[in-house]
Design a binder for this molecule. Structure first.
Ligand SMILES: CC(C)(COP(=O)(O)OP(=O)(O)OC[C@H]1O[C@@H](n2cnc3c(N)ncnc32)[C@H](O)[C@@H]1OP(=O)(O)O)[C@@H](O)C(=O)NCCC(=O)NCCS
Length: 424
């Protein structure tokens, strides 16, 4: 077995791409096709691709993308979005993941990216590197026959338009941009993303059947204010329709649009079950049904993880629920976020500077990261042991400041066939 120290962690070149893509596919159980490399190449122009190489054999993959994250209050911060993390089965548990993470976080910090984010495939992996679970997701399965939307009449779906991929592609990105401006936890979706989502990108498109698309049109402005993409499969049993419908993307900027698009999906004829993935756990969507209990939670989980790299920049970019001040002693084994920081913030803005004053709270970077978008509470994190109250009342103040009225949400769409295998 090769000594791990001689395994090289380095940037990937054009020549490395086929082997890198194949190694990643092995790790993610995705069969390699002739389009796999083209698909990576088309979407990775500005990305940092890292590989672990044993001699000249690729045994580890890691990618980070320059992204944008909306934080509470609506500011947008540049973030490093990590993906495609894998280590070959022959080389696991020898520290290669740790070395790739360390290389990439150092790069992000040096480039001035104040945060890194990722979707963790496995919970136990990333806390040790200072990431904390910053958003959660609920996945629903709606029993159409219990939803109490009377199929004998038409449920109120006014404003909904069935459209094709081209019409959708013209209107949907602007709807998403309106949501992203106000939704803390949202990431940018670029042009390549939309081409991919609508099956309009040449690489790999042929492998996917085209989904169905709908828009909601605001009657006051005539503009689209909601989007829906779904797929369905015709299924019958004993002459009864039992088709499943999988919502792939549902984004709306008004309650009216959200309600109409959900009702439209739930009243598609022949459908018995609607799968609704990746919502914030406090989503209102089930409440648009006649009986909200028809929407059963089939998965409830942490989702996007976040890592604070630049404490003053991150904390001063967001707004806070109430006016207040806190001195935070941030611990960070890797050093990036560490220090004693005076945070002064409120609903209109915040400042965060280094201080010599006595701290109110000692908080590990993992907990600060979990707290950052407002999804967790300092009181809960203290009970788990990573945060310590050094001045009475500091936990309650941190809760009042950091918590947000609605939970953060990082909207995700499900692309490709994989979804149909079922909930995660
Ligand atoms: C997850 C994966 C990348 C780990 O790679 P690796 O090189 O074996 O990880 P490392 O040896 O650097 O391990 C780092 C630490 O994580 C721990 N760890 C690694 N994989 C783990 C797992 N699946 N469960 C729990 N702990 C794990 C190691 O024990 C080690 O702990 P330590 O720091 O206390 O010593 C690899 O197993 C893999 O490719 N899995 C399939 C794809 C995947 O899940 N990728 C993650 C996508 S977000």
């Amino acid at each position: 077995m090769t000594d791990s120290a001689v395994i090289d962690i380095r940037a990937v070149t054009e020549d490395d791409l086929p082997a890198w893509t194949r190694t990643w596919g092995n790790g993610y159980l995705r069969p390699y096709t002739e389009h796999s490399v083209d698909a990576i190449r088309a979407t990775a122009r500005q990305d940092r691709l890292i590989g672990a190489f044993d001699m000249d054999r690729c045994v580890g993959t890691y990618r980070s993308t320059p992204q944008e994250l909306t934080v509470p209050g609506g500011a947008v911060l540049p973030v490093s979005a990590v993906s495609k993390v894998s280590v070959a089965g022959t080389h696991r548990r020898r520290g290669l993941l740790s070395r790739m993470v360390a290389t990439d976080l150092r790069g992000a910090f040096e480039r001035g990216e104040p945060l890194a984010v990722l979707d963790a495939a496995q919970y136990p992996l990333y806390g040790r590197y200072g990431f904390g679970p910053a958003t959660a997701m609920a996945w629903f399965e709606i029993d159409v026959h219990r939803a109490r939307l009377d199929p004998g009449r038409t449920a109120d779906v006014s404003g909904v338009l069935q459209v094709d991929a081209r019409e959708y592609l013209k209107a949907a990105p602007a709807v998403y941009e309106r949501l992203r401006a106000v939704q803390h936890g949202a990431l940018r979706r670029d042009e390549q993303w939309w081409l991919d989502a609508t099956g309009q990108r040449p690489e790999g498109a042929a492998e996917r059947p085209e989904p169905f698309f709908a828009l909601h049109i605001d009657p006051d402005t005539g503009e689209a204010d909601g989007l829906l993409c779904f797929s369905a499969e015709e299924t019958w049993g004993s002459m009864l329709p039992r088709s499943p419908l999988w919502i792939r993307d549902l984004v709306a900027v008004s309650s009216r649009a959200e309600a109409a698009l959900l009702r439209y999906a739930v009243t598609v004829d022949w459908v018995a079950t609607v799968h609704l993935p990746y919502r914030a756990p406090d989503t209102l969507l089930p409440l648009w049904l006649g009986d909200p209990r028809a929407a059963r939670v089939s998965a409830l989980s942490d989702y996007m993880w976040l890592r604070v790299l630049d404490t003053p920049r991150a904390l001063s970019a967001r707004t806070y629920g109430v006016e207040g001040g806190l001195v935070l002693e941030v611990t960070d084994a890797a050093g990036y976020a560490a220090g004693r920081w005076s945070l002064q913030g409120g609903p209109d803005g915040a400042s965060c500077v280094r201080t010599g004053r006595a701290p109110d709270l000692r908080i590990d970077v993992r907990d600060l990261s979990a707290l950052y978008l407002g999804d967790d509470s300092a009181t809960r994190l203290a009970a788990l042991g990573g945060t310590e109250e050094l001045r009475p009342g500091a936990l309650a103040r941190a809760d009042a400041m950091f918590r947000t009225g609605r939970r953060p949400w990082s909207p995700r769409a499900v692309l490709g066939r994989r979804y149909q295998a079922g909930a995660p």
